[in-house]
Design a protein around this ligand. Structure first.
Ligand SMILES: Nc1ncnc2c1ncn2[C@@H]1O[C@H](COP(=O)(O)OP(=O)(O)O)[C@@H](O)[C@H]1O
Ligand SMILES: O=C(CO)[C@@H](O)[C@H](O)COP(=O)(O)O
Length: 478
């Protein structure tokens, strides 16, 4: 029996590949599958190709188009045969922190850097990783002839390498060598980072087909740009994503060039911009807490909800793996307020509160830099704007219950779905249609969560955050 036109969207993110098979007419998800990625902050990128193939199975045989949204920034450095010269350093690998400091200085300082490439470089950016490669693995740097982002590498695989590598404006804007205002590479900055000239992928126009074989392959994008497409993010909305990273992002019509580095001025996948504040420690805070307490996520949530707001004075600075917002690449986690009476419930509660306070900081930073009408209706101003909560850890009942209290406003939780992969599918359908705009897929109603604000929890968190600001651990040696 003939079926409707189908498209596939892929989210190749930090911990796994998720794929969705979608009806191109209305965005109905017909099936979804996932495959895990290896742990760690540097990975042989060929694992992502296998995970993609595993998650896809035979879907490309029945789909008309596919697109990939991938974890941003990762460095996929390839030799003349298109093979990796080194493991890909991921966005959360902080080895490149010193390289970022050097590059920002070479560009004339933070404001000049933000003016050139939209963001102040930190360890996460591809440019910083290229400089690390030059300084610490010179032989691999010498053999590098082209540099791709994770989504470019997977998309090229899906096009069976029958065309040259390609990317899009959204993901390119996270490299540190791309000017989103002109949609042009800054080859000079890539060369300065790596130490020699290097080939960069073709930038596909938003919504265009990159390759037309038995299936159309769209340009793809970064995972956060994919989420914005999948959610149909509207002006004034802020999305908070709790995956491996914690992200507060919003659509903007004009570029942001924040010289403080708190907000990165990325492009989105529709010709606009996607300013973001990103934390490196997010769902992992709860993963570690569950492991330390010897419980699963459901029990962690139950324990957290059994303790009072403020966790009987226990607070956590949750920057376990170094942090980016605030910029503390060498930070470690710090607990405070432990007493003989402290319970497992208090520890669980403090972990959930710390996660949400770090995200509340990110939302505040985003609002302060983007200004205008973001969430305006929620703070007594004109306009509307929803705060949407997505990502793996948003499934946790304690996260849901405490989010409106700590974020201080109603929180909209859309129906559980892989929004990054759905956004990629929407881009695939867009490329297939050849239309000027992405297809309109009606969003299903969100659950709106409300709670009385608990500002004292944020104050206690901010106090510990600020007290630990000057602490660093010894520099890493490699
Ligand atoms: N019920 C839950 N409670 C807390 N964390 C959860 C829950 N379900 C999934 N997670 C966490 O969410 C994370 C995966 O989220 P996801 O958005 O898929 O991440 P990423 O896109 O970075 O790979 C994992 O760290 C996982 O342990
Ligand atoms: O570095 C950033 C954004 O700048 C991260 O948001 C990565 O894009 C990884 O995303 P997840 O795997 O956590 O979704």
């Amino acid at each position: 029996m003939a079926h409707s036109t189908r498209v596939v969207g892929i989210d190749s993110s930090t911990q796994s590949t998720k794929a969705v098979l979608v009806d191109a007419a209305d965005g109905t998800v017909l099936a979804q599958r996932s495959a895990p990625h290896p742990d760690g902050t540097s990975v042989d990128p060929r694992h992502w190709l296998k995970a993609c193939d595993d998650a896809l199975g035979d879907w490309l045989g029945e789909a008309a188009a596919v697109a990939v949204a991938g974890q941003q920034h990762g460095m996929v450095a390839l030799d003349a045969d298109g093979e990796p010269v080194h493991d890909a350093l991921l966005w959360n690998d902080t080895r490149s922190a010193d390289a970022a400091v050097d590059l920002v200085a070479e560009m004339g300082g933070p404001q000049e850097c933000a003016a050139a490439v939209g963001s102040v470089l930190v360890a996460s950016f591809t440019a910083s990783k290229l400089r690390w490669l030059r300084d610490h693995r010179p032989e691999a740097a010498d053999r590098t002839t082209q540099v791709l982002l994770p989504h470019d590498y997977v998309s090229w695989h899906l096009a069976a390498r029958r065309t040259g590598p390609f990317t899009d404006r959204g993901d390119a804007s996270g490299t540190g060598y791309f000017d989103a205002r002109t949609s042009a590479w800054r080859e000079d900055l890539a060369a300065a980072a790596l130490g020699h000239e290097v080939a960069l992928p073709r930038v596909v126009a938003d919504g265009a087909a990159a390759y037309e074989g038995s299936v159309v392959v769209a340009g793809g994008t970064g995972d956060n740009m994919g989420a914005a497409l999948g959610l149909g993010l509207a002006a004034g909305d802020v999305v908070v994503s709790i995956g491996t990273s914690g992200v507060a992002s919003a659509i903007a019509e004009t570029p942001v060039a924040d010289g403080t580095g708190s907000v990165t001025g990325f492009a989105d996948a529709t010709g606009r911009y996607l300013p973001m504040a990103t934390t490196m420690n997010a769902a992992g805070i709860l993963d570690l807490q569950a492991r330390l307490l010897g419980v699963d996520h459901a029990e962690l949530g139950r324990l957290a909800l059994a303790a009072p707001p403020g966790a009987n004075g226990v607070t956590l600075s949750p920057y376990y793996g170094g942090e980016r917002t605030p910029d503390r690449p060498h930070a470690v986690g710090v607990w405070d307020g432990l007493r003989p009476s402290t319970t497992r419930e208090d520890l669980a509660r403090a972990a959930v509160e710390a996660l949400l306070c770090s995200l509340a900081d990110a939302v505040d930073l985003l609002r302060s830099r983007v200004g205008g009408a973001l969430l305006a209706g929620r703070s007594g101003g004109d306009g509307d704007g929803r705060l949407l909560l997505i990502g793996g850890a948003a499934r946790n009942p304690a996260v849901r219950a405490l989010a409106p209290a700590i974020l201080g406003m109603p929180v909209h939780v859309p129906p559980s779905a892989e929004y990054v992969a759905l956004g990629a599918a929407r881009q695939a359908a867009w490329a297939l249609s050849g239309a000027v705009d992405p297809p309109t897929w009606e969003a299903k109603g969100a659950e709106v969560l409300e709670a009385d604000p608990t500002p004292a929890v944020r104050e206690a968190y901010a106090d510990l955050r600020d007290r630990t600001g000057a602490w660093t651990r010894p520099e890493r040696t490699s």
